[in-house]
Design a protein around this ligand. Sequence first.
Ligand code: DAT
Ligand code: MG
Length: 150
Amino acid sequence: MAQERTYIMVKPDGVERGLVGEVIKRFENRGYKLVALQQLRPSRELLEQHYGDLKTKGFFPALIAYMLSGPVVGMVWEGKGVVVTGRKMLGETNPLASAPGTIRGDYCIDVGKNICHGSDSVESAKKEIALWFPAGVNEYTRSIEKLIYE
Ligand code: DAT
Ligand code: MG
């Protein structure tokens, strides 16, 4: 059975604030497997594709400007239920509505500076991973798998 994957991205504010490690640590500690990681300054075209579903929203220009303001760190995490669990770990879109203990609930306040992205479904994860990692991810096995899954 193919393992589920999700695309998690630390946005420019999260990178500048030094929160990349915090995000990685939470997914690592949970037991998920890192299969791709990169820092890059995305082009406007890439961001407009990534956020294509939001093109008609009033906040879209501000969202793109925010995402263009510095480098992002994108990663792909693999494991059971990682899409839904990843979203829970991130918290709500609006950080003020995010429970303490979630990434947004612990590290940010405003929706336009919510420090991280996570795929919202298995289907969008597939599209986002292909968009951000066109060369593919890294397949490898971990000897600790038996300590994480029953
Ligand atoms: P999420 O990032 O939780 O998947 P989304 O896909 O609906 O949320 O929106 C993408 C990003 O756009 C979100 O992280 C922050 C911004 N955004 C969403 N809703 C917004 C709003 N009402 N005002 C300002 N920015 C918003
Ligand atoms: Mg989204």
